[in-house]
Design a protein. Sequence first.
Length: 157
Amino acid sequence: MLNLIKLVVGVSSLEDLAARQTQPENARSLPGHATPLPVVHTRAFPRRKDEILPGGSLYRVISGLILCRQEILAIETSTRADGTSGTLLFLNPTIIRVQACPMRPFQGWRYLSTQDSPPDLDSPDALHAAPPHGGPQAAEQTPLPLPLLRELALLGL
């Protein structure tokens, strides 16, 4: 299995990312799904699509840190408004937090092997104490600020 990694521009938190993905221009219908799914628009089509699907994820870099991933459900070609070809990555709406890992800026997307991918956190906010029942309140807790996450990641903590 193979993954992709891509920078998120103009987003400062996972909450911002989730809100952006609900906007109409960032969601599309996909046969077999009742509601529109979040999509990522990109220029290049991944030649190794068969290694990504099924089960690959899109890892997201926000403010210099890999913070989350979303399962890639489909990869399709599209035509952009200017008539050029593009690619749509259809994503599972669930954002899975991963261990924060520093990443230098790069253009477009890159392949990311499973062994080079940061591990998922045990819960949506594993850096915080979860309520005893592990219910929905765990996702409502405030995550650590990005500057602190970045420093912890640089220290290897």
